[in-house]
Design a protein around this ligand. Sequence first.
Ligand code: ZN
Length: 231
Amino acid sequence: MSNHLPPRRTVPVRAWLLSVTGLVVVASLVMWHAQLVDLIGFDTSADKQPVVASGPGGSPPPVVEVSKSTPPPGKPSKTPTRSPKPTKTPTKTPTRSSSGYSEEDIDGLSPKLRTRLRKAITAAKADGVRISITSARRSVAKQNRLLREAIVKYGSYKAATRWVLPPEQSAHVQGKAVDIGPQTAMVWLNKNGWRYGVCRRYDNEPWHFEALTTPGKRCPARESHAVAKAD
Ligand SMILES: [Zn+2]
């Protein structure tokens, strides 16, 4: 009977088709997972984490949706599904300012303040005092964050700006201010900074210094605190 042949063939074909389908599913799962890991890794450094919400538990959602919910900053790529590279394109770490220097990096400061500060640090060292930089040049994003935190802490914009100016007015964002520590370093630089043209500016911030005078000349009178200019 010719009836015997068709069923025998159908079964292996089905099995073959099933295994191929399975391979495709597994392969796409692996790719999706890799993409997800990549996105999560990127988002962690960018202070965002919405991707995690999609969860790998259930059936794999289309990758396109994931990438749509978290558009990569900078260049928009039309094919994020295939190549995870576009999401890695930004070369600047978020902790670094637009100048490319980290906040504690003295090299991010303006040449004038940087040169003067280096001399002061050397002189302090000779006196047995170590000056460490707690905050030099800041990114606009960091300054904005500090301001938001200060508004919460001090209760109003006006009170907050006695401590943290908005980015467009901040000497830190321009690389023209430096915060130092520890206490002994603040005391030393407040006493000797004028020799290098570096001065403490505010009464309420013993750690904050700027290049406010000609080296060897007296520092200008201190201001009680920062004041934000009205827009
Ligand atoms: Zn400061």
